[in-house]
Design a protein around this ligand. Structure first.
Ligand code: SF4
Length: 406
């Protein structure tokens, strides 16, 4: 008998569009939560899950936002019970993003009971003044306390998310945050440079000349990140992502072999055992369903985007249809170019055979001159089997990747 789940989409993202308040730098779609709208969103999300459930057998699930941990226990239980009924639980990797101000042991235990096995904590900084400046709702103490709660609930796969090149952040402040963060012994570390997005308070402050952007300092901070993370036992596997090969806590789940079950096209050894499989699937051009307002899906070459409007999202689903704003069927070469560009963000780069398997195109034939250009610049290296960015190239991954877009 055929296993119908074999052809199902294996990756699920859920966008939770609520935050306690808007951070100064944030351009993600989210809004301040009001009790009634959150309840309406939960019901609409469950309807959307029902619509796609037959085509979905998640090996990786990721609840991001917004602030997923802002939902209360009752709302979370409703979602997780619906997922159970629809056969959407049981992913090898099930991540929930949490703000340190909204973690409780009841929530952590509920997550564990329903198979959540990874938590990504938005820390950004461990400097109180910078947290204020960014408009974060949590303090540094809350970070340590929440981390402890999650460990006590049995989580052996935790990510800390940091930010660098924040206005007024000196190298000393960055070093202190890095030192304290690595001392917490999480299994995963991600860290991004501040981006000045249009229509954010931080962008307006920059335009008004309230601070200067120091690109040299940003580069030095990135180098420091790679140095400190590596010295602390993390392995870099993507421009901004670092993971361990083993958990720092002991539990039956901590065996690295158990972490490699997800299928993201990478071989054992290409990425550390505690790398985020869900994100690796994006970077390798895999299909995924994205549910919730503003979420993007990419299923068998077709990209759809949900309306970035929670009211509208709820209305559409209350009328029994997905709230899709746009649909785009990508021409194969354009799709392959995007896949090449994303995949190069990973240290493993692209084995030629894997790229051909995923996209149907041969990197050597269709992007030969671009590869030569990057290799000659010292940004990439190439052998008979694969092509990857060098440490210098990874610093400029966005510019390098642009060359591959068609
Ligand atoms: S908590 Fe996250 S999603 Fe919400 S406003 Fe801040 S950065 Fe944006």
């Amino acid at each position: 008998m055929m296993d119908s789940s074999a052809s199902c989409v294996a990756s699920l993202y859920v966008h939770v569009p609520f935050c306690a308040q808007k951070c100064a730098y944030c351009a993600f779609y989210s809004e301040a939560s009001s009790g009634e709208l959150v309840n309406r969103y939960v019901a609409a999300l469950i309807c959307e899950m029902e619509i796609v459930a037959d085509d979905l057998k998640p090996k990786t699930t990721f609840f991001g936002g917004g602030t997923p941990s802002l939902l209360n226990l009752r709302q979370w239980e409703q979602i997780l019970r619906a997922m159970e009924k629809l056969n959407l639980l049981g992913a090898d990797e099930f991540t929930v993003e949490c703000n340190p101000a909204t973690v409780s042991s009841d929530k952590a235990n509920l997550f564990r009971d329903f198979g959540v096995n990874r938590v990504s904590m938005g820390v950004q900084s461990l400097d109180e003044k910078l947290l204020d400046r960014l408009g974060r709702i949590h303090s540094r103490e809350m970070v340590f306390k929440s981390f402890d709660i999650l460990r006590r609930a049995g989580f052996d796969n935790l990510n800390l998310d940091l930010m660098f090149a924040i206005p007024a952040q000196t190298m000393d402040i960055w070093r202190d945050t890095l030192n304290e963060a690595v001392a917490m012994q999480s299994e995963h570390l991600s860290s991004y440079e501040v981006i000045y997005e249009d229509d954010t308070p931080l962008f307006a402050q920059m335009k008004a000349g309230e601070f200067d952007v120091d690109e040299n300092l940003a580069c030095e901070m990135y180098d420091e990140l790679v140095l400190r993370a590596t010295a602390a036992g993390f392995r870099q596997y993507e421009v901004a992502n670092f993971a361990r090969s083993q958990s720092t806590v002991h539990s039956p789940q901590s065996t690295p072999g158990g972490r490699l079950a997800g299928d993201c096209g990478l071989r054992t050894g290409d990425i550390p055992a505690f790398a985020c499989r869900h994100n690796a699937n994006y970077w390798r051009g895999g299909s995924f369903y994205g549910l919730g307002p503003s979420a993007t899906s990419y299923v068998r070459g077709v990209r759809t985007k949900n309306w970035p409007n929670t009211q509208l999202y709820c209305e559409q689903l209350e009328n029994g249809r997905r709230a899709i704003e746009s649909t785009e069927e990508l021409p194969p070469l354009k799709r392959a170019g995007e896949t090449a560009a994303f995949g190069l963000r990973m240290n493993a780069g692209w084995p030629f055979a894997e790229f051909q398997h995923v996209t149907g195109f041969d990197l050597r034939q269709d992007w030969g001159s671009e590869m030569t250009q990057l290799t000659e610049r010292g940004w990439a290296s190439r052998d008979a089997n694969s092509f990857q960015l060098t440490p210098q190239g990874l610093r400029f991954a966005d510019s390098a990747a642009e060359l591959f877009l068609r």
